[in-house]
Design a protein around this ligand. Structure first.
Ligand code: SF4
Length: 307
């Protein structure tokens, strides 16, 4: 059952437009609207949307509406939009306390967050938010390579990515980092894989989630591609990059490919499943080199939009 989509649609309830796939069964609660950064060149998610922190009364009313409709069935909540941690700590604590007092079987509350915001937020504030019940942060790393981070205008350097990850873990959060396979294009896949593994190795997040980069219309990188300034990587390049990334990882994370954009259902616990995962990528590489139909099928994913 997708909590938060049925019933509440008909009521005066505000929804985050995006959520991680792992939050498909969660109640969706909007604390902010849009993205306060909104500059990443690959991202079209909140383009044209003015960022704002929602009025606290409205948020509490949404929780009340959801409680009336779902009551004890709510076990997980996802907080949107892109960077809820920009809201004041006291406000987040109040929202979390209201959630836990409203839903007696609530087990998990998660949110998107920006690494830069986490790096700037005092550790004591992060601890307060964690203790009030926010369990997990979903954060976009995309790449750990310094040059690429700058090129895609992620607004954070590798050191800040590492600082944010370590700090969030120290505060007690489960940390889920997103990697964007293919964001280095045909040219920079090696530095992308190596730089990303380096940052991940330093953080050792609980979850590493990979997405495969597909240029989305209405993003700057899509415009660059149309001008011929960015060359999307082939499926073979993405698989080679994935293999190198997994080879270089020295973490104890859960690795997940839980997204429709990915070429392979590559999942595993590291380091235990590392060899098995590498073999799976090697097998796919061999298959794609020998099978034009498979290559075409993988190429077709380039045209997926609204991801
Ligand atoms: S990737 Fe995240 S931080 Fe970057 S613009 Fe999109 S929503 Fe904002």
């Amino acid at each position: 059952m997708t909590i938060g989509r049925f019933g509440l649609r008909k009521r005066n309830y505000d929804f985050p437009p995006f959520r991680p796939p792992s939050e498909a069964n969660s109640l969706l609660l909007r604390v902010t609207r849009g993205c306060p950064w909104n500059r990443c060149t690959f991202c079209s998610m909140y383009k044209g949307m003015k960022f704002e922190i929602r009025n606290l009364e409205e948020i509490l009313e949404d929780i009340e509406l959801a409680r009336d409709l779902y009551g004890d069935r709510v076990r997980t909540v996802f907080i949107g939009d892109s960077n809820s941690l920009v809201a004041k700590t006291e406000r987040l604590v109040k929202i979390l306390e209201t959630l836990f007092s409203s839903f007696s079987h609530l087990e998990r509350v998660t949110s998107y967050a920006r690494a830069k915001t986490i790096a700037k937020k005092p550790l004591e504030d992060l601890i307060k938010i964690r203790q009030a019940g926010l369990n997990r942060l979903h954060v976009g790393l995309e790449t750990g390579d310094r040059e690429l981070l700058k090129e895609i205008e992620k607004g954070a350097i590798p050191e800040e990515m590492i600082e944010a990850g370590k700090k969030a873990k120290k505060a007690g959060f489960e940390y889920s980092l997103y990697v964007l396979l293919g964001i280095g294009g045909e040219e920079k896949w090696v530095q992308h894989a190596r730089g990303t593994a380096e940052v991940l190795n330093q953080i050792d997040p609980h979850f590493i989630r990979v997405r495969t980069f597909i240029p989305q219309p209405n993003s700057l990188i899509h415009e660059a591609m149309m001008r011929g300034d960015f060359k999307s990587p082939s499926p073979e390049t993405i698989l080679r990059e994935t293999k190198l990334l997994v080879e270089e990882l020295r973490v104890t994370s859960q690795f997940l490919s839980d997204h429709i954009s990915n070429l392979l259902p590559l999942h595993g616990k590291l380091p235990e499943d590392k060899e098995k995962m590498i073999q799976m990528v090697e097998k796919a590489l061999k298959a794609v080199r020998e099978n034009d139909g498979l290559r075409e099928e993988m190429e077709m994913r380039r045209h997926l939009t609204n991801l």
